[in-house]
Design a binder for this molecule. Structure first.
Ligand code: UDP
Length: 315
């Protein structure tokens, strides 16, 4: 039986990944400091003898014996990663060093969750893996963007210098059940606002675009990358369907049947204007592509949010 470590396993993507790994009958260690991760995301797994939860911060070293490491630990929403930007840099840099050290010591394969943010506010569209990006090194988003870029650099250097068996994936916007209500990202904000009858807050004019990948597709991409022996990446994982934020607001209003109005708030600095992955490489190397359409995924997400909001209201 393989033993797998998932850092950030209490988070949104991490907890879905853990379920998929348990379904493959792996033993899973979940490591989280619960800054943005939540025990509620994994509490249903605690009775499973193949599952173990460790409260630990990846900024500190840890000694474990595992076959694979998914290094997902880091707040990923701008509001959360900007809350303590120095800590965000440390999480990405020290976290990658500690997990690479662990992988080197026990000869584990390690997959680094990188991000579409390595492309910054891209001047090339759609984004391919060989595009070096357009990142502001001194802006509000750079703690995350540059942190992840250094994490990629560390992965490549441990690979070249120490022969560590690495995988790098660049995750584009991902959504689905279990996103925190206060996550701060656009899908969760709009769904909560629509269900509560509050105004949908568009930042800027809403003509900026994003591509939204449903979480089960993302998890399938992560495991496909980890499970193959030929290709280390980096590889883009995301849904190539591109929508403006205004379109997204309208779709969510339609699917929830909400009468919420739309309001326009100031655009945060360095907010990328457009983003869409070129997933040709993932298709070729992993035979992977998303299968869940935006409306279908949003419908499932809305049902999950409705249920959780009802539970929250229960006396
Ligand atoms: N956004 C918005 N309203 C919100 C939250 C986000 O209009 O309530 C915008 C945000 O400015 C950005 C896009 O939606 O242009 C995606 O933002 P998110 O924080 O989800 O992810 P990221 O910017 O990291 O792609």
């Amino acid at each position: 039986m393989k033993r797998v470590l998932v850092t950030g396993g209490g988070g949104f993507i991490g907890s879905h990944l853990i379920e998929a790994l348990l379904a493959k009958n792996y033993e899973v260690l979940c490591l989280d400091n619960f800054f943005t991760g939540r025990k509620g995301n994994i509490v249903h797994l605690l009775g499973d003898p193949r599952f173990e939860m460790i409260r630990h911060d990846v900024v500190e070293p840890i000694f474990l014996e595992v076959d694979q490491v998914y290094n997902l630990a880091c707040p990923a929403s701008p509001v959360h990663y900007q809350f303590n930007p120095v800590k965000t840099v440390k999480t990405n840099v020290m976290g990658a060093i500690n997990m690479l050290g662990l992988a080197k010591r026990v000869k584990a394969r390690i997959l680094q969750a990188s991000t579409s943010e390595v492309y910054g506010d891209p001047k090339v569209h759609p984004q391919k893996e060989d595009y070096w990006g357009h990142v502001n090194p001194v802006g509000m988003r750079s703690c995350y963007d540059e942190g992840k870029r250094v994490a990629e650099t560390l992965m490549m250097d441990y690979h070249r210098s120490n022969k560590v068996d690495i995988r790098i994936v660049r995750i584009f916007n991902t959504y689905g059940p279990r996103m925190a209500f206060n996550d701060g990202r656009v899908v969760s904000n709009f769904v909560v606002q629509a269900l509560k009858g509050q105004p949908l807050t568009i930042y800027g004019k809403g003509n900026q675009s994003r591509s939204f990948c449903y979480v089960s597709d993302m998890v399938a991409g992560l495991t496909a990358m980890m499970e193959q022996d030929e290709f280390i990446g980096p590889v883009n994982l995301g849904n190539p369907g591109e929508f403006t934020i205004l379109e997204l607001a309208e779709i969510i209003r339609e699917l929830t049947g909400s009468k919420s109005e739309i309001v326009f708030n100031p655009l945060p600095p360095d907010d990328p204007v457009q983003r869409r992955p070129d997933i040709g490489l993932a298709r070729e190397k992993l035979q992977w592509q998303p299968t869940v359409e935006l409306k279908e995924g949003l419908q499932k997400t809305i049902e999950d949010f409705e249920r959780r909001l009802r539970e929250e209201d229960r006396p």
